[in-house]
Design a protein around this ligand. Structure first.
Ligand SMILES: [Zn+2]
Ligand SMILES: [Zn+2]
Length: 483
């Protein structure tokens, strides 16, 4: 296999892998960096000649995996796009929203090249999509060459897949973004334990050190207690979340908590635009869950890494998986009217805001609410997912109480008086789980991807200790490796 990580930086950012297996030229994901602007946020597609890619495989619909798909689809007009049915539903909503954001940024940030694609190009992506069903192997033929592809549920978010490629007797497994333990709204990854020759693993959480006693539910309870305390003392709470996945998970947690009287009954809850649009897609997927493969039951034993020990989910909905739209109606969730929120002006009625962006990116509802809540010590800003250190969210988490936080996009500086907390309720596998998984599927070569430099270093060190006979590749960006 010829392997090139097209992400120009060794970080999470614009995820896209170029794979050559015999006659086949394959792209896995076509992301966009959330923290760069303009052409700098794209993977380096100039390395691939026009119209040479046969297949583009999409693991899931976060923008760091699909944000540049219309751009590469334009260059690779003959490529077949493969994704799950759920991803095919979510993808146009995410990309049309990204198009709107770019139009706005063209004005606000003066980025001439925005938008990087048109609405019609998003429609063209949807028209060329070929649906993959979890666990069902498809064979592709080119000349005399054969390639088998199987998608497996990866947990993480609705529709997310890990990918197995089988070519000339060798097996190549790509985790994509993966979570082995279940969430309140989704089952965990279901990956067969069969051995693989090459494992390409995500490395998002290499720096996340968890105590041996850690449990997802205990962390959820810790968050709920903080939210309850804040509301009861007259403060407001902001949960900055990703619109796809985290928002629906957090709404479900709050819904269950209120039903069980863990949270006070009366306080307004607000959610933001894109997350609400995705709610409608999730409802459609729920209603057609058999067709969408959500009920996938693997026949072979599946990998269950050691630290996925959260079998007990007292708070989770009885209907084991999936978010429902009526949770929002039952909670009386309202859309946010932005013009009533002003930097430095506290929210009068104690409220809960579940808003994107998860990293508190500028010009987002979460950023705007944070500018109102931050100067007051009875408020809470609670992060629940991954936060890049270079984003406003990452910077806020690194600062101390009392320091001055600059809301540059609003030309407003605020002392950090609200409580800033982090809760480990992420959609990514713990690092120990990923190592245990690599051992269970007896990978002979491990390739690191989708992680920051320090995070990858932890994996390199750990694999060197535990798997001294396994070759570990931490690829340089844009360099091609024969693996
Ligand atoms: Zn993701
Ligand atoms: Zn990702």
């Amino acid at each position: 296999m010829k392997f090139t990580d097209l992400n120009p930086k060794r970080e999470i950012g614009a995820h896209s892998l170029h794979i050559v297996l015999g006659e086949f030229s394959i792209l896995i994901d076509a992301g966009m960096s959330p923290k760069d602007v303009g052409l700098a946020c794209l993977p380096d597609y100039t390395r691939i000649s026009t119209d040479s890619v046969d297949l583009i495989l999409i693991t899931h619909c976060h923008l760091d995996h699909i944000g540049s798909l219309p751009c590469v689809h334009r260059q690779q007009a003959s490529a077949r796009l493969l994704m799950t049915a759920a991803s095919a539903e979510i993808l146009p909503v995410m990309l049309q929203n990204s198009h709107s954001v770019m139009l706005r940024q063209r004005e606000e940030l003066n980025v001439e090249e925005y938008p990087l694609f048109t609405r019609q190009e998003v429609d063209a992506v949807s028209d060329d999509t070929f649906i993959m069903v979890f666990g069902k192997t498809r064979e592709f033929i080119k000349g005399n060459d054969h390639l088998k592809i199987t998608f497996y549920p990866a947990g993480h978010v609705m529709g997310a897949a890990s990918v197995l490629l089988e070519h000339q007797g060798r097996r190549y497994f790509f985790t994509g973004d993966i979570l082995f333990r279940r969430q309140h709204t989704l089952s965990g990854a279901q990956i067969p334990t069969q051995e693989v020759d090459v494992l390409v693993t995500e490395t998002t959480r290499g720096l996340a050190e968890l105590p041996a006693t850690f449990s997802y539910e205990a962390e959820v309870m810790r968050l709920l207690e903080a939210v309850s305390d804040t509301l009861q003392k007259g403060g407001s709470c902001l949960l900055p979340v990703f619109a796809l996945g985290r928002l629906q998970e957090m709404v479900t947690v709050i819904y269950e908590a209120r039903r069980r009287k863990i949270l006070p009954r009366r306080f307004p809850i607000y959610c933001s635009g894109l997350g609400l649009a995705i709610v409608d897609v999730f409802e459609k997927i729920y209603r057609n869950r058999r067709q969408y493969g959500i009920d996938y039951q693997p026949l072979s034993p599946i990998a269950v890494p050691g630290s996925s020990r959260d079998t007990d989910y007292p708070l989770a909905p009885r209907d084991k998986s999936l978010f429902r739209r009526h949770f929002l109606q039952d909670l009386g969730v309202r859309p946010l009217i932005g013009k009533y929120i002003k930097p430095g002006h506290d929210i009068k009625v104690p409220s809960l805001f579940i808003m994107s962006s998860g990293m508190l990116a500028e010009h987002t509802p979460a950023y705007q609410i944070a500018s109102a809540l931050l100067p007051f010590d009875h408020n809470l800003i609670a992060f629940t997912g991954y936060c890049d250190a270079d984003t406003p969210g990452g910077k806020l988490l690194a600062m101390q109480p009392g320091e001055i936080f600059p809301f540059e996009a609003l030309q407003f500086n605020s002392p950090i008086r609200a409580a800033i907390q982090r809760y480990d309720i992420t959609g990514h596998a713990d690092r120990e789980d990923l190592v245990a998984f690599a051992m269970q599927i007896k990978a002979r070569t491990i390739v690191l991807s989708h992680g920051e430099e320090d995070s990858r270093k932890w994996f390199c060190d750990e694999f060197a200790k535990l798997l001294p006979d396994v070759a570990v590749v931490n690829p340089e960006p844009q360099a091609t490796y024969e693996i």
